[in-house]
Design a protein around this ligand. Structure first.
Ligand code: ADP
Ligand code: MG
Length: 207
């Protein structure tokens, strides 16, 4: 397979669900330090609900149809800030994927760009505000510069998101609950940036 098809998209979503379940308490600990301590539980509830619905999708569902199912499920089950933000990301990604049967590198970059743009439009955060945008933005930039091999695009996006998430540690937050803490948010990694890195690393790890 040269592009990413609907079956790959399902395997990616299943990989996210497994990683979120495994790292739920880690994500929640990050959110306990600078938020309200629910990020891991929120995402785990959402992706477990997605797993329950994937089976009902037609076997040959295109990537866009899988992404749309994820979006609507996250919007209705996750809540908080992250639910609508990730829901918007997957919905805009689904719209960018359209009814293509496979995503090549160029289409994948369009999907990732639409997801990031959706989060920015919804949450109004800029890079440096200590949010998930700090992982998404470098990921999209790296993906766009990665060339025409889908695996290369996925690896570039995952690595840049991980670096972006790590780089949130010294920052003071300007959006979300962590912004109420002022200087006290510095020294802690943003949970949403970390979950974004998880999501994109899961994509790079899915064959
Ligand atoms: P809540 O803050 O409502 O408890 P979560 O704990 O699930 O929601 O998610 C918190 C994460 O959401 C933060 O770590 C941050 O990455 C992200 N976030 C919060 N507000 C915004 C925003 N305006 N734009 C982008 N991301 C945001
Ligand atoms: Mg929270």
């Amino acid at each position: 397979m040269s592009g990413l098809d609907g079956a790959w998209t399902r395997r990616w979503i299943e990989a996210i669900a497994a990683e979120v379940a495994a790292r739920k308490s880690e994500l929640t600990s990050l959110d306990r330090a600078i938020g309200d301590g629910d990020h891991g539980e929120n995402l785990d509830r959402g992706f477990q609900a997605v797993l329950g619905k994937l089976d009902a999708l037609e076997a040959d569902a295109a990537p866009g149809a899988v992404l749309k199912l994820v979006a609507t499920t996250l919007i209705s089950t996750v809540g908080g800030a992250a639910g609508p933000l990730y829901g918007t990301a997957f919905l805009k990604g689904a719209m960018a994927a359209g009814d293509r049967a496979e995503l090549d590198a160029r289409a994948l970059v369009e999907v990732l760009t639409a997801a990031r743009d959706g989060i920015v439009a919804r949450g109004k955060a800029e890079p440096g505000d200590k949010t998930m945008v700090d992982a998404w933005s470098p990921a999209v930039d790296a993906a766009a510069a990665a060339g025409d091999d889908v695996r290369g695009v996925l690896e570039a996006a995952a690595s840049a998101a991980e670096e972006g998430a790590a780089a949130t540690e010294p920052l003071v937050a300007h959006k979300g609950r962590a912004s109420y803490l002022g200087e006290r948010a510095a020294g802690h990694r943003d949970p949403g940036a970390e979950s974004t890195a998880l999501i994109l690393r899961a994509a790079a790890a899915t064959s």
